[in-house]
Structure formats: C-alpha cells, structure tokens
Design a protein around this ligand. Structure first.
Ligand SMILES: [Zn+2]
Length: 149
C-alpha cells in the first residue's frame, strides 16, 4: 500500500502522529454528535427553500431520511429522500477512506472509480425525481417527503 499522494504536500505539523490522531478523534466526535442529533430529532433546521416557495428542494426530507435510516426504517428513509441514502453511504465510505488514509498514511480503502456516464445518469435521474415530487397530483404526490413527526 502506498502513501496517499496529497500527504507529501502537507506541512510537517499536520504529518505528526499526535496531530493526525487528534484530528481524527475530533472528526469522529463531530460526526457521532451529528448522528446522535439525527437519530433523536432528524434535521434540527427547517428547509428555508421549502418555507419560501412551498416546493420540495433536492434535500427536503433529508433529516427525516437520515433519522429513519438510523432507526433502520428503510422504507420510511426511501420515502423521505432516496438520494440522501445514496449520498449517506457514499459520503460515509469516502469520509472513512479519507480519515483512514490520513491517520495511517496508507491507501487502505480503494477509490471506487465510478464511470463518468454513471454520474450523468444519476444527475438526470435525481433531477427528474425532484421535478416529479413537486407535482401535487397522485401518484407523484407519493414522491414528496412525509410530514415532520
Ligand atoms: Zn428543502
């Protein structure tokens, strides 16, 4: 396993083992605090875009989705915002990858290397989804996030 390419560009202070361990502990603590908040209350803030326009933005239902995901209520999570599920697992993987690469100075987790066309298909798919979820007619209304409970 080789050292991550960016590691050589870091200033000496950020390469110290004690600094790397401290940074990783702080990052893990912040992420865990965020997950505890999401587990208990979902999103702590209402969506400003939804309050101003009445439309569901691409992130609407994200807090409810994460809360449902953390409660292992997969169907409710999909109903709230399926894009957040994909983003959650991709973000968790890349976050863990970045953290481990920095902490251990090695490429422990490989880059996933998605083909470019997949990003375009996903972008178009989510764009269509978010347009459809704002049409207030059945069956499209099923795509809107569930009300806050
Ligand atoms: Zn929103």
């Amino acid at each position: 396993m080789k050292e991550p390419a960016y590691f050589a560009t870091l200033p000496p202070f950020w390469k110290k083992t004690s600094v790397r361990v401290t940074v990783c502990i702080l990052v893990v603590a912040v992420v865990l605090a965020g997950l505890v908040i999401a587990f208990l209350v979902g999103s702590p803030m209402p969506c400003v875009f939804h309050q101003l326009t009445g439309l569901h933005c691409p992130g609407c239902g994200g807090g409810r989705c994460l809360k449902a995901l953390l409660h292992l209520d997969i169907l409710r999570a999909i109903h709230a915002n399926p894009g957040v599920i994909v983003a959650f697992f991709l973000g968790a993987y890349y976050g863990l990858r970045l953290l481990c690469n920095y902490l251990f100075r090695r490429e422990i987790f490989p880059d996933l290397h998605f083909p470019d066309w997949l990003w375009y298909v996903a972008l178009i798919g989510f764009g269509v989804f978010y347009i459809l979820r704002n049409i207030p007619v059945y069956p499209f209304s099923l795509l809107a996030p569930p009300p806050v409970v």
